[in-house]
Design a protein around this ligand. Structure first.
Ligand code: SF4
Length: 313
């Protein structure tokens, strides 16, 4: 059967995919922006968790674009790092891994950054992960507490912590690259020190532990009042976690923190991480000397309901 999808080169920098459905229902998706280092394929909106801070609340149905993603990855600019997100991408593990295998063969310079809840890898995946190439995928895996009950409550799924432990063991066995991600919240504020100890004792194979600020969109916006931790006036849980982790030789990073919300001695851990297409700066940033190094704010940031102590550096 002929494919319902086709590609349009809008210009040398943009690759779009469109369908043969009749107008006005014809969808078009921009898959790659060659000028941007932040290209992400949203491979599914289905998910098996309901995280309190989810920026992309799950949907029941799945629109399958793997064929198109694979073509786009093969046509991507040299040495592209392509994000893979959802939903939970590994709910479609077979297709996803097949795409990785094909792209790895044709475009060994292209690598992936996969955001996954880490619960869908089994021992049977180890061989395939090694064949795809462990240097080809950085796995962004969330862990919110070393206390199973707290982690499960945050992700809205009983048993999630135990499944995640098994998934992380598989990634460790495969020698995978892992970026452990922890959104700092009111719910896990008092757990961050214990989580730092857990990272050292149980997960020291990871490449980096990323402590992240909350994104005010989706469920994050809905649960903002009960979840957002104003680290511009309450940085102590973060500094304790960073100190413990750095002292033990594990890399740590602060994602999505405006630089002026971070005490001076910790700014070295806070790179600019908000993607260019969803980043903004505020009026007072015009007078700031640190703007070029600062990631600023998410486009959907609301200045009346967030950090209370910010200002130009
Ligand atoms: S004033 Fe703006 S640019 Fe400067 S550190 Fe704060 S958020 Fe960043």
């Amino acid at each position: 059967m002929a494919s319902r999808w086709s590609f349009i080169a809008i210009n040398p920098k943009i690759l779009m995919v469109t369908s043969s459905w009749p107008s006005p229902v014809r969808p078009a998706h921009r898959l790659i922006r060659a000028s941007s280092p932040h290209n992400t394929f949203l491979v599914t909106e289905q998910c098996d968790q309901l995280c309190v801070m989810c920026s992309q609340p799950p949907k029941k149905y799945h629109a399958d674009l793997f064929e198109q993603f694979e073509t786009a990855a093969i046509l991507a600019p040299n040495k592209s790092v392509l994000g893979i997100s959802g939903g939970e991408p590994l709910l479609h593990k077979e297709k996803l891994f097949r795409m990785f295998e094909r792209v790895a063969r044709l475009r060994p310079d292209v690598t992936f950054h996969v955001l996954s809840n880490g619960q869908h890898s089994t021992k049977d995946d180890v061989k395939q992960l090694i064949e795809i190439g462990t240097e080809r995928i950085l796995w962004g895996i969330p862990l919110y507490s070393s206390d199973p009950r707290t982690h499960d409550q945050i992700v809205g799924k009983p048993g999630a912590f135990r499944s995640l432990e098994r998934g992380l063991a598989v990634l460790m066995q495969a020698g995978a690259s892992v970026e452990l991600r922890t959104v700092v919240l009111q719910q896990n504020r008092r757990h961050l020190g214990a989580l730092a100890d857990f990272v050292f004792t149980r997960l020291s194979f990871i490449n980096v532990w990323a402590l992240m600020q909350l994104e005010r969109i989706g469920y994050g916006r809905m649960n903002w009042a009960t979840s957002f931790l104003d680290t511009s006036i309450d940085f102590e849980p973060i500094s304790m976690a960073v100190d413990r982790t750095v002292a033990r030789g594990i890399s740590v990073a602060l994602y999505n923190f405006p630089l002026c919300s971070v005490p001076k001695e910790y700014r070295q851990y806070a790179p600019s991480t908000i993607s260019d297409w969803k980043r903004k700066y505020l009026g007072f940033c015009k007078e700031c000397n640190a703007r070029s190094a600062c990631g600023g704010f998410f486009e959907w940031y609301s200045h009346d309901q967030v950090f209370s102590a910010l200002g130009p550096l």
